[in-house]
Design a protein around this ligand. Structure first.
Ligand SMILES: *Cc1c(COP(=O)(O)O)cnc(C)c1O
Length: 490
């Protein structure tokens, strides 16, 4: 089992080495050279596995150097009931006969990022162990809001690791900011950057490409790695919940064996939806993937026209974790669309770097359109959707999940659909309250209470407890200072 780079297929590493490296030296992303494919009978047998068992089985294919036994132990810790508020880390919630919500936000930071970031630190330390590598890891993370806190949680006090999180200073929700700025672990640093998410992501990618900085780190026994979804150690754990959800749907009779489902995913960096697409390649019968965007609808345009054009305005929206113009993981889809042609993929990426855009050939566009339906929703449509779903089903969704439901409603036909629900509504209380026709207060903690009263629940402890925590990281830094900030941590 090997992984290769989307820009150079002859550059190959083991899964363990790919997790350690994060990104290929040529800037390409790692993908497995082969995928397992589960047949109907095997899927039927897999229904008996609990979530950690299934996760260990799926991951063992990609990380044979670690082995299923150790992976299972790690999965039991990563997905422990006390971290996810129940025996199973994900929940299914039927909305209507044709729509089932896959709630992925019951983890410590209340967003789906926990599903992978609780696992990644284990994968990283087991990979280092398997590779006999004694270096320390400095994990660099650019975040549009949710990855940052999930990485901080996942890596808190993990021996041999240090985490640096960079977030756009004025581009995250107040709760997201407080979650990061109050984090107390010893081995973490959080930096607000004067720029948008793309600026911070580009800054992190530049640091990875900075040979001098890497060398400086190496001389101190440190290597740089990533907790972003460019790392296969994040991508692969994300495949698991789509398989798990499908098996649940089979078990409870929502779908018949062999019947294909649609999957709708609110999309930013294209990681979560790519995981769903890979689950399809691994044997889950998937008909269409619904790629949902907010007003930053570059992916909607891409799937409609074949042109990916980043030369456009960047909007701040009520679904900030999707405020992204450069969706890193799209490169992985391109690689497959091109028939695993690394040169073609590298060519498109070169064009993107040089001109800010690229265009698919009509054949490739057609191939993409056969598998993806893309649609977008602005903040008003999203708010209206939050209200409509509450009125119709007594179910409250967060703004990101609402964007997915909006996109779904624009699909030309109806079909059984699994919808990735990516965050707890409490993380975005003011936006959700507005959607529910309530007037939010200026104070986000009061909004937590208002929303909880409306829903007749208790607000999640993970958020209400932030109020009494001291702010630890407050300063805003210039983009240009990112390499120096990293140097300072070495
Ligand atoms: C990160 C995030 C997304 C986007 O996921 P990608 O994998 O980047 O496409 C959507 N919703 C929420 C709540 C998120 O945190």
């Amino acid at each position: 089992m090997e992984f290769y780079s989307t820009r150079n297929k002859s550059y190959r590493l083991s899964g363990e080495q790919a997790v350690i490296a994060g990104i290929a030296p040529d800037g390409g992303l790692f993908l497995p050279c082969e995928l397992p494919c589960y047949g109907r009978e095997e899927l039927n047998r897999m229904k008996a596995l609990d979530y950690p068992q299934l996760a260990a089985k799926v991951m063992a294919f990609f990380f044979p150097g670690i082995g299923e036994q150790k992976l299972l132990q790690a999965c039991r810790k990563a997905y422990a009931p006390e971290k996810f508020g129940g025996e199973c880390p994900v929940r299914l919630h039927g909305l209507d006969g044709n729509t089932v919500m896959l709630e992925l936000w019951h983890g410590p930071t209340l967003a789906f990022k926990d599903m992978a970031l609780q696992m990644l630190p284990h994968l990283l330390s087991l990979s280092l162990e398997a590779a006999g590598d004694a270096r320390r890891a400095l994990i660099l993370t650019a975040t549009s809001g949710d990855t940052g806190k999930a990485a901080l949680e996942g890596f808190t006090d993990v021996p041999g690791t240090q985490v640096a999180v960079f977030y756009p200073a004025y581009g995250v929700s107040e709760m997201q900011r407080l979650q990061m700025a109050t984090h107390r672990a010893q081995n973490v640093a959080v930096f607000a950057v004067d720029g948008n998410f793309d600026d911070t992501q580009t800054g992190v990618k530049r640091i990875f490409a900075d040979a001098a900085l890497r060398e400086e780190a190496a001389s101190k026994g440190v290597f740089l790695s990533s907790a972003n979804s460019i790392n296969v150690g994040r991508l692969i754990p994300q495949i698991v919940y789509y398989i798990y959800a499908y098996l649940q749907l089979l078990s409870n009779g929502c779908v018949a064996p062999g019947d294909a489902i649609d999957i709708a995913v609110p999309t930013g960096n294209f990681g979560n939806i790519l995981a769903a697409w890979l689950a399809g390649k691994m044997g889950i019968p998937v008909r269409t993937l619904i790629c949902a965007s907010n007003r930053n609808n570059i992916l909607t345009d891409f799937f409609r026209t074949g042109v990916y054009d980043t030369r456009r305005p960047f909007y701040k929206t009520g679904s900030p974790s999707m405020d992204i113009l450069v969706s890193s993981n799209l490169e992985r889809l391109l690689f497959y669309l091109c028939g695993e042609d690394d040169e073609a993929c590298a060519g498109l990426m070169r064009q993107l770097a040089q001109t800010g855009s690229y265009r698919l050939t009509p054949e490739l566009l057609q191939k993409a359109q056969q598998q993806f339906f893309a649609a977008c929703a602005d903040d008003d449509q999203t708010a209206a959707c939050i209200g409509r779903v509450w009125e119709g089903f007594g179910y409250c969704v967060d703004p990101h999940t609402a964007v997915a439901l909006c996109a779904l409603s624009q699909r030309p036909d109806t079909h059984f659909t699994l919808v990735a629900s990516t965050a707890s509504p409490y993380k975005f209380s003011s936006t959700v309250l507005r959607g529910l026709g309530r007037r939010p207060s200026q104070d986000e903690f009061e909004n937590l209470t208002l929303l909880a009263q409306f829903l007749q629940e208790k607000p999640p402890e993970q958020l209400s407890s932030l109020r009494s925590l001291p702010l630890r990281f407050e300063q805003v830094y210039a983009r240009e200072s990112m390499p120096d900030l990293v140097r300072g941590l070495l």
